[in-house]
Design a binder for this molecule. Structure first.
Ligand code: ATP
Length: 233
């Protein structure tokens, strides 16, 4: 049997046992208006690459003074439930939707860290577009105090940060070793070699509004739900 981090056989000093592989817990936040294959497929590949056995999807709440998702929180949740029904990798956590304040990732991860204890390896999954904008997130530096960042590639976005100071911050935290993620509680950034999926919720909403097909972009069960509920017209 080969180690999942370095592919060396059992002689690897940090060989992943099955228990090790279940150790790292990952959270995946977003609006999911609606959920699509650009959300799901890169993360399934990432999970295989680094040996993640569970990904917790956490749809976020958008407060009243911000542009609202077109679907309600309940509809976004129901679409997610349909999308992951046959995918045991994923589970859903609705805690951010139960709050009526803005969902700040830094605060959510602080709470999660308190629940999980100081040693538990935790990670937050984002796409490449989110990495580029990450320094504009509320209290972004504290996020790495509580979790690793796992980044999936996304077409149309640069991999370098816009400002030199942010690029240095990125390089200070970068790792290309899955082993680092499993054996430390937080603080690393891992950019995964996931394939590009040129799909966004914005594109899907626009195409649906124009009566164009999105059959290749999201699960059929979610498309049927959208049609039954007259969403994104
Ligand atoms: P919108 O078009 O409405 O802004 P979106 O498609 O970007 O939505 P979000 O729900 O905002 O989806 O994204 C949640 C997370 O999924 C973010 O971290 C985002 O970077 C990531 N993500 C979304 N689409 C892709 C994709 N095609 N490839 C990789 N990551 C993606």
């Amino acid at each position: 049997m080969r180690c999942r981090c370095c592919y060396v056989t059992k002689t690897c000093p940090t060989f992943f046992s099955k228990d090790d592989m279940t150790a790292l817990k990952a959270l995946y936040g977003g609006t999911f208006d609606p959920v699509h294959y650009g959300h799901l497929k890169p993360v399934e590949i990432l999970a295989n690459l680094i040996g993640l056995s569970k990904v917790i999807i956490m749809p976020n709440n958008v407060p009243p003074h911000r542009p609202q998702p077109e679907a309600t929180p309940a509809q976004r949740t129901q679409m997610l439930e349909l999308a992951i029904a046959d995918k045991p990798l994923f589970e859903l956590d609705e805690r951010e939707l139960r709050r009526d304040t803005r969902s700040y990732t830094s605060e959510t991860l602080r709470d999660w860290r308190q629940e999980q204890g100081p040693q538990q390896p935790l990670a937050f999954i984002i796409g490449q577009d989110s990495l580029i904008n990450f320094p504009s997130w509320h209290d972004y530096e504290s996020i790495l105090d509580n979790a690793h960042l796992l980044v999936c590639r996304r077409p149309g976005y640069p991999m370098a940060m816009k400002e030199e100071a942010h690029q240095q911050w990125l390089e200070r935290h970068l790792t290309n070793s899955a082993d680092d993620l499993h054996h430390s509680p937080a603080g690393k950034i891992y950019i995964a070699e996931t394939p590009w999926f040129n799909i966004s919720a914005t594109l899907i909403r626009e195409r649906l509004q124009q009566g164009e097909s999105c059959a290749e972009m999201l699960p059929q069960a979610v498309l049927s739900y959208i049609s039954q509920h007259g969403l994104y017209r």
